[in-house]
Design a protein around this ligand. Sequence first.
Ligand code: FE2
Ligand code: FE2
Length: 179
Amino acid sequence: MAADPRTILLFNYYRDAELRGANLLLRLMSHLDDPDSQVKLSLHLADETRHAWLWTKRITDLGGEPAKVADGYQARIGLRVVPRTLIDILALTVVVEERSYQRYTEHAARSGTDPETLEVLREVSKDEKWHIAWIKGKLEEMAAAGGGVERMNEALERYRAIDRQVYGELLAKERAAFG
Ligand SMILES: [Fe+2]
Ligand SMILES: [Fe+2]
């Protein structure tokens, strides 16, 4: 039996967010040269691409197909912010990771979610937790070292406001689709 096309579409949005998240990490990789960051970024990047694969597999297992998403979370964020400094990129990564964790845990709490999807949600949420922790730690460390704590707080605040706006739009779209 083919799955609800709206569910496939939602999973394509999740997949798109993971792929674009990986892209942001690749940018960080060229900025953070220290060996410890390179090790963590390598694992982090491997996680995000695996998350994209898990959603891809869930989509195809349900009889759907991976599809291009033009107006997903990061594309909408990208229309509103252009992070220029390392502090900016790290701050944006923190906000994006926090949203991804919140989105997945919120979905997992919904009634009627099938066990296979729940398994994927659990798997990805577990990784997002350490992603937030280490990127936040790195951001705070770099901000403190470079006298940029104020700039960090300002960036976090600005990105969180944009994130709330973008997430509100996506949620409205989702609610309209699912009725
Ligand atoms: Fe992820
Ligand atoms: Fe993540």
